[in-house]
Design a protein around this ligand. Structure first.
Ligand code: HEC
Length: 509
């Protein structure tokens, strides 16, 4: 009996403290050596496994924070009240073990290559390592059965030291993920200033009338603030790109300038947002709510118009669509143009600049479909090649704002009907149109008969008849008419040729 108890207490007094101490010191040595052994992260060839494990860092790190917060609360109570709870060895053990695990996973997150080394990241890395080491040392101290007074003092020093380092390390960590400004972002200005931050200027809804609003400051930057700035700002500039001021927005990041004034399509911020949502480079990244089409349309409009930081809405030419888009923003703007009529009634004002904007914003719906006839021309050509049967009346209606500039349109093999052709009444400059293999009928030819600049019309494989084709007599410039696979009779063709001697009719057999 006695020997057994002796053995047990011997084990308690010698073996366990020694065991914990030796094991603990080995871990401390490993943690400190780790950054030196591992070297730089290889961002070029990231390992999936390392990245997978690394992402457990944010899951685990709250465990040591919680445990050590509880331990220090107990210690403070013990110091100032008569309540003397004793945190068991097990609590400190789990606290220290989870701190070590958080550091290991955090280090893998860093080695995964998604974070760039910065002063803040270096501080956080070493802060984490020192915290884990201090936590292990606390465990070692607690493991030795020392004289109560000495033990208490040592333990308190260790525990307060650990929690101090922990606070520092976790603040740095939070600054890396949320940005340095995170905690004070919405703090009242006196508190912000006290902590050495600039006072916050509200960029909320502007109460100025729309025409007087500065496009960049009152409209564009608030959109960026809402969608992008949380990851692209001071202390958290992903891709080394900050979007919180005009200069930095233009300057761009690792890949070059963020915006190219006058050229929305070449602008990185537009390019990234227009990538397919499942593209790794799509912005904002999948975890965040995507930017809305109307928000993007506004930014594109502003960039196409020269991306001037000071110009007001009145100084840029605004289309009905943009006005509509602005009114959709979450802010108080009175939509000057009634929404229900804006698109149908208002043609883009002003020449090419405005048109370029509309074309740019339509390029998403019609990839590669809309192009300018030439650099010098404001005439547009359209081809449905990429859409074909997907192009129906509803989709076609989106082209309405640019139809007046259209000079050539290939609508063959699409699903459009007479209803779409009706919209073409505004395409007064149209010279060439292909409607082959569509569902159009004679009714469509009523519209075409009004387009006096038409030179070439392709009606191959449609339901048009003699009665319809006859109406094309009114087209003075018509040179070529394709009527393969239609029911148009030789008689009707003869009459048409009589009326328009220069006309070549391609009928086939
Ligand atoms: C959740 C965080 C997050 C949000 C929100 C976010 N980005 Fe990014 N952005 C990143 C990360 C991470 C990178 C670096 C990786 C990369 O290049 O894809 C990056 C890189 C970029 C780059 C490339 C910079 C360069 O030169 O390398 C551009 C441009 C960009 N973002 C634009 C945007 C725009 C525009 C928005 C808002 C619509 C936005 N981002 C919102 C995280 C974010």
């Amino acid at each position: 009996m006695t020997t057994e108890t002796d053995q047990k207490s011997c084990c308690k007094t010698c073996c366990r403290p020694w065991g914990i101490t030796i094991f603990g010191l080995l871990i401390i040595a490993f943690l400190i050596a780790m950054p030196f052994i591992a070297g730089e992260p290889d961002a070029e060839n990231p390992s999936d496994l390392i990245n997978f494990l690394g992402r457990f860092h944010p899951v685990i790190l709250h465990l040591p924070i919680g445990i050590f917060s509880l331990i220090i609360l107990q210690e403070i109570l013990a110091m100032f009240t008569r309540y003397k709870p004793q945190p068991g060895l097990i609590a400190i053990f789990v606290g220290a073990a989870s701190a070590v695990a958080a550091v290991l996973f955090g280090f893998m997150l860093y080695m995964g290559g998604t974070y760039e080394m910065s002063e803040l990241l270096g501080d956080h890395l070493w802060g984490g390592i020192f915290f884990a080491c201090a936590a292990v040392l606390t465990l070692i101290v607690k493991a030795w059965p020392l004289q109560e007074k000495i033990s208490n003092v040592l333990y308190r020093v260790m525990i307060f030291g650990s929690v101090g380092i922990m606070t520092y390390a976790s603040h740095d960590g939070a600054s890396i993920t949320h940005g340095e400004d995170y905690l004070v972002e919405y703090a009242p200005n006196p508190i912000r200033e006290l902590l050495g931050h600039e006072p916050r200027v509200k960029t909320g809804p502007s109460d100025k009338p729309l025409e007087e609003q500065v496009v960049y400051a009152d409209i564009v930057q608030p959109i960026l603030n809402k969608r992008c700035v949380e990851c692209h700002k001071e202390g958290k500039s992903k891709g080394k790109f900050r979007m919180d001021t005009y200069e930095l927005l233009v300057k761009g990041g690792k890949e070059g300038e963020g915006i190219v004034p006058g050229d929305a399509v070449k602008s990185k911020i537009i390019y990234r947002c227009e990538l397919p949502e499942d593209d790794d480079e799509h912005m904002p990244p999948e975890s965040k709510t995507d930017i809305e089409d109307h928000e993007l349309a506004i930014i594109k409009w502003w960039i196409s118009a020269g991306a001037d930081p000071a110009k007001t809405v009145a100084q840029l030419e605004i289309t009905a669509e943009v006005r509509d888009a602005i009114s959709k923003l979450d802010r108080s703007v009175d939509p000057i143009v009634d929404k229900s009529t804006s698109i149908t009634e208002t043609k883009p004002v002003g020449p090419s600049n405005d048109l370029a904007k509309s074309v740019a914003s339509l390029s998403k719906d019609f990839p590669g479909g809309l192009t300018f006839e030439s650099q010098a021309s404001s005439g547009l050509t359209f081809t449905s090649v990429s859409l074909r049967s997907k192009l129906d009346d509803q989709v076609f209606a989106k082209l309405q704002p640019v139809l007046p500039s259209m000079v050539a349109m290939d609508l063959s093999s699409t699903s459009i009907t007479d209803a779409s052709v009706k919209l073409l009444a505004s395409a007064k400059d149209l010279r060439m149109i292909r409607l082959s293999e569509t569902k159009i009928s004679d009714a469509a030819l009523d519209t075409l008969a009004g387009l006096k600049n038409l030179e070439s019309v392709n009606l191959y494989g449609t339901r048009v008849t003699d009665a319809g084709v006859e109406k094309l007599k009114s087209l003075p410039k018509l040179k070529r008419l394709y009527l393969w696979q239609t029911d148009v009779s030789e008689g009707a063709i003869g009459k048409l040729k009589e009326a328009l001697p220069g006309l070549e009719i391609i009928k086939g057999i």
